[in-house]
Design a protein around this ligand. Structure first.
Ligand SMILES: Cc1cc2nc3c(=O)[nH]c(=O)nc-3n(C[C@H](O)[C@H](O)[C@H](O)COP(=O)(O)OP(=O)(O)OC[C@H]3O[C@@H](n4cnc5c(N)ncnc54)[C@H](O)[C@@H]3O)c2cc1C
Length: 458
């Protein structure tokens, strides 16, 4: 089914009008004039240079257009947050196959970037449950990209294109049924090698609905499995004084409502809220509940970056310079122990998030984010700072990580800082395919080039 067959509801008509205005603004931009989305929230961690080109309002594409509980599909505006999307689907006892942890990540952002969560060991990444995407390309043309249609190259090229080929304004996605509660089991491991073995066993065994983990230190690591259930003897609440990640070492078993399970990491942005004192009981009691959200902490991080506060505080405290090391990397399961050992020695960052995943469709290839479809990977997430040794500059740790990830046959997400030279970058991220896609969908270069956006932070 294409948009033309959508219900001719007021929503669909309003969507089409807004889409045509959006396409008109893109087509009307002078060749070479830069175009950018105007959007209230972002989960990018590359702070960009000021923009002087055309800005196009994303607001009209921030709504769920339709949920069909019978066929278990939804039509969703590309800039709809997962928070709104989950609210709309849970009403029907359904959820998207993969819901990234942070409430203001949008469907389009998770598809054009590369999203992941604890259902990814079953369902792969968010782009793998997209049935079709209605895209306004860099040339201002409206196309429907699907796996077998005339724009199949764009369908497969969207993931990791970060809005440099076009903007997905409507996506049709698959949904899965949920049960009201999730039973969590936390299992401790005293080494990464033991944890990796357990991941293989859990995946092989196949009864878990969700799987992720946390490495608190090299000899204290946990895997959490989640099983959807109809009844729960109790439910925990980690939106108040209790903090989810701290509960992991404290209990073997836990129950959450499906809603609270999906958003378990958002309240404290994993553990990042401690940077702002929000885990101190006194500060926490005064911190309004509605501000215990990843986007609020995200805004604080952006303010810190804008005014360069952290380096000033470090200087006042007599501490040497540090580097922001905020990354998610994909490591083949069998090399994960080696990577964790390297990361701990390189940056000493703790805790570290672990999320096993594999490509859902073994026959598909996503040229801008190439992975081996036969392999299981672990997404390793680490978000903080690392001290710089004397004489070292920004990029010292991040470059070492980039090299290690490549040497282990892994891949790095591009939402944060990157330091690759152009040759290495294009070799890793499908340069030949990208050039063809750019030529076909953005021949006048109205949208930025992926290297400029991801590495030069333009
Ligand atoms: C600290 C941190 C931790 C993270 N952890 C996770 C995680 O655990 N799991 C996970 O899944 N992700 C994680 N992310 C990454 C996040 O999913 C990506 O950054 C994602 O691209 C953000 O999407 P957004 O909706 O906020 O979009 P934005 O930040 O607004 O945009 C991201 C990029 O996508 C482009 N874009 C946005 N909408 C569209 C569209 N409709 N069509 C085409 N291009 C579009 C934009 O131009 C931009 O280049 C993390 C990010 C940070 C900063």
């Amino acid at each position: 089914m294409s948009t033309r067959e959508l219900d001719r509801s007021a929503d669909a008509v309003a969507f089409e009008r807004a889409r045509d205005r959006f396409a008109g603004r893109l087509a009307g931009a002078a060749a070479g004039e830069r175009v950018r989305l105007a959007k209230r929230t972002s989960n990018l961690f590359r702070f960009r240079s000021p923009h002087h080109g055309v800005e196009i309002d994303a607001a009209p594409f921030s709504r769920v257009l339709m949920v069909d509980p019978d066929s278990r599909v939804a039509d969703v505006g590309g800039m709809t947050t997962y928070e709104d999307l989950v609210d709309a689907t849970l009403k029907h006892g359904l959820m998207p196959l993969v819901v990234p942890q942070l409430k203001t990540i949008t469907l389009g952002g998770a598809v054009a970037g590369v999203g992941i969560e604890s259902s990814s060991f079953r369902h792969g990444m968010p782009h793998e449950s997209v049935i079709e995407a209605e895209v306004v390309t860099g040339s201002g043309e409206v196309v429907v990209a699907s796996p077998d249609g005339p724009n199949a190259d764009l369908y497969y090229g969207l993931p990791n294109s970060y809005g440099t080929l076009g903007y997905a304004l409507r996506l049709r996605i698959e949904l899965v049924p949920v049960r009201p509660f999730v039973k969590l089991r936390h299992a401790r491991f005293d080494s990464a090698v033991a944890l990796v073995e357990a991941v293989s066993e859990i995946v092989e065994e196949g009864s878990a609905d969700f799987l992720d983990g946390v490495a608190f230190s090299p000899d204290e690591m946990y895997l959490t499995t989640g099983e959807m259930v109809d009844r729960a003897p109790y439910t925990s609440d980690y939106t108040g004084s209790a903090i989810y990640y701290r509960s992991i070492p404290q209990r073997n078993e836990d129950f959450l409502s499906i809603h609270d399970y999906i958003w378990r990491w958002d309240t404290d942005w994993f553990w990042v809220s401690r940077t702002f004192g929000a885990q101190n009981p006194l500060v926490r009691s005064m911190w309004p509940r509605r501000w215990r959200r990843s986007d609020v902490y995200g805004r604080l991080v952006a303010l810190d970056a804008k005014y360069g506060l952290s380096p000033k505080i470090d200087r006042v405290r007599g501490r040497g310079p540090s580097e922001k090391v905020i990354q998610d990397v994909e490591i083949p399961l069998e090399r994960t122990a080696e990577f964790l050992d390297f990361l701990d020695r390189q940056t000493g960052q703790r805790p570290v998030w672990l999320c096993p995943f594999r490509q859902r469709r073994p026959d598909a290839s996503w040229p801008l984010f190439p992975l081996d479809p036969s392999k299981m990977y672990v997404n390793v997430g680490f978000w903080g700072t690392a001290r710089l040794p004397a004489g070292a500059h920004d990029g010292f740790h991040n470059r070492a990580i980039e090299q290690k990830v490549a040497s282990l046959g892994g891949a790095k997400s591009l939402y944060s800082t990157s330091f690759y030279d152009p040759e290495t970058f294009w070799e890793l991220y499908g340069g030949d395919s990208y050039r063809d896609l750019k030529e076909r969908y953005d021949p006048d270069g109205r949208l930025l080039d992926l290297y400029d956006k991801a590495v030069r932070a333009r």
